[in-house]
Design a protein around this ligand. Structure first.
Ligand code: SAH
Ligand code: SF4
Ligand code: F3S
Length: 469
């Protein structure tokens, strides 16, 4: 019987991408995916530390692995990711969860197969966490969720040190992948049928890849040439087969006119941007160390909409940053009213140990944070509902991802603006569809981009109908 693995991933797309690498490594070592984390022979927990809630969820899941591990000590439990870059969490694991087999960090994933063999074959307990990052490892395997859309990491780490954020401490300094490595990966994905890519980095706008000494003739990059993010995008746009390109995340302080122009010029760049604002008060933005003010941010929005009127804009907002007054909060609400986001992720400020904001005076009481959060959400949802209604009766290209999890007769996919659409398919009236059952017809659409008519546009979801050709 084959041995199995499961990976539980907390946190952002960087962690999801790392989990794809770890899954690829386990499959190369002969393990097969098992959907039940408690039943798998190997369980990897890839942790996130961005808010306290993420830490707590991790300990909840880890606790559930104790019994299965005791019943079968041959079962291997691995813990990695951003929490493990903080000594306090490693100490907690040692003290309270000594049965965990392997602990590693965000910088030494490439070494996972060696650590894993030592644990599996020699029953060693292993804790290896590197404080600093080495050069980006290339050529690692990856087990991706979908054949038709993929994450492509273009850089790692963050140099921005926003005062509330743990990420620069868990992911190290910014490192950009060489442009030729990124382009070759995307070409490979395109050749295997991938249609959509999401470029990943904590701040893709500061991408600064340097080409190796061989240069890259095909893409017109000279040896040693530095490539900016817009220059990289322009080259990706020429890769045959890739029909949709997205990226995240963009920091407003580094969003150049050149990047704005890409939204007007590039054929395959999706008309969508995630541009975290975090707060609307200039005083709070300064305390957050964001390096822009609300006027600069609004000017970016104006430029983006001038270059691409249909662009969908989303954001991240933190409520209750230390010292946030009612007036500061109102400035956030005002900014949201001005921008009119298509969607927004709102977070209640969570104290992170070791960050400058932890030590700031005037931490906002929990009750006020929650009240403000609810008030903000109301405004965001009202605008979202109004914006969503604009999609009613529109016919949108949708990349079909699969069957709906709740209804096997319904397909689900995403629009260019990255909204999920659930839809049904029907044959044109009087015509015989070219496949022998409705299910087979629907199945054949997975991975394709097809027109879907939106018949019901709700705040958080779109419902549509597609006609088989
Ligand atoms: N690099 C990305 C974001 C990474 S973290 C960027 O700068 O845009 C994702 C989001 O989590 C952030 O945008 C921020 O809104 C939120 N966040 C980060 N630290 C937080 C904290 N301590 N409390 C609450 N939200 C936080
Ligand atoms: Fe955190 Fe700021 Fe870096 Fe984003 S840019 S990861 S919020 S420090
Ligand atoms: Fe979390 Fe690490 Fe991402 S802290 S948000 S998984 S970079």
């Amino acid at each position: 019987m084959s041995r199995t693995y499961h990976i539980v991933t907390f946190g952002c797309q960087m962690n999801e991408r790392d989990s794809e690498t770890i899954a690829g490594m386990l499959e190369e070592m002969g393990y097969e995916y098992c959907p039940d984390f408690k039943a798998a022979d190997v369980c990897v927990l890839n942790t996130c530390s961005v808010r306290e809630h993420a830490d707590k969820r991790f300990f909840g899941v880890l606790g559930q692995l104790k019994n299965p591990h005791e019943q079968d000590p041959g079962r291997i439990v691995c813990v990695c990711g951003c929490m493990m870059q903080q000594q306090v969490h490693i100490d907690t694991l040692k003290a309270k969860y000594p049965w965990v087999d392997i602990v590693f960090g965000t910088h030494n994933i490439a070494d996972f197969p060696r650590m894993f063999r030592n644990a599996a074959e020699e029953h060693q307990k292993i804790t290896e966490v590197w404080k600093d990052a080495g050069p980006i490892a290339e050529g690692l395997p990856a087990k991706r969720e979908y054949p038709f859309k993929a994450f492509v990491s273009i850089m790692q780490g963050c140099n921005n040190f926003c005062t509330y954020c743990i990420v620069p401490y868990t992911r190290g300094r910014e490192r950009s992948r060489a442009p030729e490595a990124v382009l070759a990966e995307i070409e490979g994905l395109a050749a295997s049928g991938c249609r959509e890519i999401m470029l990943l980095g904590q701040n893709v706008n500061s991408y600064a890849g340097v080409c190796g000494e061989d240069g890259c003739d095909r893409f017109g990059i000279a040896p040693g040439q530095k490539v900016t993010f817009p220059q990289l995008l322009r080259r990706i746009d020429c890769i045959d087969g890739i029909e949709r390109v997205r990226f995240m995340t963009s920091h407003p302080k580094d969003l150049s006119d050149d990047l704005v122009q890409c939204f007007a010029d590039l054929k395959h760049l999706c008309k969508q941007i995630h541009l975290p604002v975090q707060a609307g008060s200039d005083r709070v933005l300064k305390e957050m160390n964001r390096h822009y003010d609300s006027a600069h941010y609004l000017e970016l929005i104006r430029k983006l909409r001038a270059a691409c009127p249909e662009i969908a804009i989303s954001t991240d907002i933190i409520v209750g940053f230390p010292g946030e007054t009612e007036e500061d909060f109102q400035a956030t609400v005002d900014l949201v009213e001005k921008v009119r986001y298509d969607s927004a992720f709102t977070f209640i400020y969570s104290v992170r140990k070791g960050t400058p904001a932890e030590k700031m005076p005037d931490q906002v009481p929990e009750e006020i944070k929650h009240q403000r959060f609810d008030r903000l959400l109301e405004v965001i949802h009202r605008i979202q509902e109004e914006k969503s209604a604009e999609y009613q009766d529109a016919v949108l290209p949708v990349l079909v991802e699969g069957f709906s999890k709740t209804d096997p007769n319904v397909l689900t996919g995403r629009t260019e603006s990255n909204k999920t659409v659930d839809f049904t398919v029907r044959a044109p009236e009087g015509a015989e569809a070219g496949c022998n059952s409705a299910a087979a017809c629907a199945e054949a659409l997975i991975g394709q981009i097809i027109p879907v008519k939106i018949v019901k546009a709700q705040t958080f979801s779109l419902y549509g109908e597609a006609e088989l050709q």
